[in-house]
Design a protein around this ligand. Structure first.
Ligand code: SF4
Ligand code: SF4
Ligand code: FES
Length: 233
């Protein structure tokens, strides 16, 4: 079948501002938006620029605004979309070229919450730190984040303030705060309770709706707020 794509284009060497261009792509209904973008790049205009890697919803690199919603291009089936299919870069981050944005403000929020295990205590008996299935279950949902930025770049607070730590970083903070082997909860909760932290969230649920991994982002944020109020996880 033939589909029409309306793609936001921006070349910093030629354009003063972004503009839409239309392309016709030959695809199967069961192809993904990424296949249609590849068709345009490989057969019509090789200058079209976008990030992608795994093509299987795992690496998180091809988040974009597809028909007005944040989605991974490699997961969106053509047959489920109305035409023309409008494709824009994710919002709230500076556009470098076409659909490629500067992810640095997003990763600054991620780094701010210390997204790694903190525990200076010696390993008991020189073996691994043990954890029960129930303790593991507490943060199981938030281990599944692929850092695609669909959540943070759908959040109206982030659009207005790049310094907002943002839902993706909250999810990754949650993954360690509620890990029984970690000892860094207090320092993370102090950061998350600060000016750019969880209390700026207005619980609009954009983030949960946008997550391609169906992570319960808003629930993770509520659990962090409760941990701050109770003085620990
Ligand atoms: S629930 Fe909070 S973090 Fe999520 S999109 Fe809304 S304001 Fe942003
Ligand atoms: S929480 Fe979901 S939407 Fe947000 S970065 Fe992780 S995988 Fe992407
Ligand atoms: S290309 Fe890796 S998630 Fe889409």
């Amino acid at each position: 079948m033939r589909v029409t794509l309306r793609i936001m284009r921006f070349d910093p060497e030629k354009d003063s501002k972004p503009h839409f261009e239309e392309y016709q792509a030959e695809v199967e209904p069961t192809d993904r938006v990424l296949d249609a973008l590849n068709y345009v790049k490989w057969h019509i205009d090789g200058t079209l620029t976008y990030r992608r890697s795994c093509a299987h919803g795992v690496c998180g690199s091809d988040a974009m605004l597809i028909n007005g919603r944040n989605r991974l291009a490699c997961r969106e089936l053509i047959k489920n979309l109305s035409q023309p299919i409008t494709i824009e870069p994710i919002r709230g981050l500076p556009v470098i070229k076409d659909l490629v944005v500067d992810m640095e403000p997003f990763f600054a929020g991620y780094r701010a919450v210390k997204p790694y295990l903190i525990n200076d205590e010696p390993v008991p008996d020189g073996r691994e730190r043990l954890q029960s299935p129930e303790e593991r279950e507490r943060f199981d949902d938030t281990t599944r984040c692929i850092l695609c930025a669909c959540c943070t770049t759908s959040c109206p607070i982030f659009w207005g303030d790049e310094g907002y730590i943002g839902p993706a970083a909250f999810v990754n903070a949650h993954r360690f705060i509620f890990d029984s082997r970690d000892r860094g909860a207090a320092e993370r909760l102090e950061i998350l309770g600060g000016h750019e932290g969880v209390y700026r969230c207005r619980t609009v649920f954009n983030c949960t709706d946008a997550c391609p991994r169906d992570i319960k982002v808003t629930r993770a944020i509520q659990e962090i707020k409760r941990a701050i109020a109770l003085g620990g996880p």
